[in-house]
Write a protein that binds this ligand. Structure first.
Ligand code: TUI
Length: 308
């Protein structure tokens, strides 16, 4: 399946893995790239030298292209951005902010830049700043989200920019893949389903929580202070939403979630930790290898699109 995205990135299939904090480390990135998609190392809040090490380790497992996702709320984002250049990584995606001031350095060094956006305005701004493509991420996605749904955001972004658009949020099978293409996307980015992949180091209890999730098990915390985070309902979300309803301040709420994603992903505490996942968690029924996930989606998706 050739699209402008497969050509831009030199990959076989138009499937990109999200840069999920604590989950998107080198094992997962290499497995997705080896299966023909684009794997990403999620820099999240990792110290810059850890990101460098992750890049080296991914290279030992794959000779295919992979990228690094830079979370812009991380105070070290600029240093990580430089490491990406030093290490010769050819693709970056960014999330949770505006990467404009980092783009000239990347462009000068021939790094392909793909910002994740949650609005048409941000997509246009990124195109003007020199982005090679954008990921239009709907609020069905897990983690930090915007306000528009994938169904409404993707076609509006496709109409507003000429660079290729990658759809994200609520996609985990061939039907979602085909739907995204019908909306004008030229690739999809998926996070939740890759959290459950065999090669992902996600704690078994985190994978199990996603696999057991029902359609309406999703909550959004942090709406009141402008940092909405989608995760699966548990003690943590109940307590958070109770405090939020009582008008708790940002500091108190932040204290509650300090280290809570690590607690869930690494330690497996899916009751008191933060289980970030998209709304599509309800559809994911079993753990599979990255190759099985990608082949399943491409097989079903291309049939639905009449591209077999
Ligand atoms: O970045 C994400 N999802 C994330 S980042 C993250 S790390 C985290 N960990 C703990 C607590 C809080 C965060 C977890 N999930 N997705 C990409 C994304 N970017 N979604 C929405 C946006 C976005 C939002 C606003 C992009 C740009 C933007 O622009 C605002 C501006 O700066 O003007």
């Amino acid at each position: 399946m050739k699209t402008r995205i497969t050509e831009l990135l030199g990959i076989e299939y138009p499937i990109i893995q999200g840069g999920m904090a604590w989950v998107a480390e080198y094992h997962l990135a290499a497995a997705v790239s080896n299966a023909g998609g684009l794997g990403l190392i999620g820099a999240a809040s990792a110290p810059p030298e850890v990101v460098r090490e992750q890049i080296h380790k991914a290279r030992e497992l794959t000779d295919k292209p992979f990228g690094v996702n830079i979370m812009l709320m991380n105070p070290n984002a600029e240093e990580v951005a430089r490491i990406v250049v030093e290490e010769g990584v050819k693709v970056v995606t960014t999330g949770a902010g505006n990467p404009a001031k980092l783009m000239p350095m990347w462009k000068e060094n021939n790094v392909k830049v793909i910002p994740v956006v949650a609005s048409v305005a941000m997509a246009k701004l990124m195109e003007r700043a020199g982005a090679d493509a954008v990921v239009a991420e709907g609020m069905e996605a897990g983690g930090h989200i915007g306000a528009a749904t994938t169904m409404t955001l993707v076609p509006q972004v496709v109409d507003a920019v000429s660079i290729p658009v990658i759809a994200a949020g609520g996609i985990a099978d061939g039907r979602g893949f085909a739907a995204a293409f019908m909306l004008g996307a030229e690739a999809v980015q998926m996070g939740t389903v890759f959290c459950t992949a065999t090669e992902a180091i996600t704690h078994a209890k985190y994978k199990e929580r996603i696999i057991k999730a029902k359609d309406i098990d999703s909550e959004v915390t942090g709406m009141s202070h402008g940092h909405p985070i989608r995760c699966i309902r548990n003690n943590m979300t109940k307590e958070y939403l109770r405090l939020e309803k009582e008008g708790a301040g940002m500091e108190e709420l932040e204290y509650l979630t300090l280290g809570s994603l690590r607690k869930a992903v690494v330690e497996g505490d899916v009751v008191n930790g933060t289980v970030m996942a998209g709304q599509i968690a309800g559809m994911i029924k079993q753990e599979k290898s990255c190759a099985a996930i990608i082949e399943g989606i491409i097989g079903e998706g291309s049939k639905l699109l009449g591209r077999v």
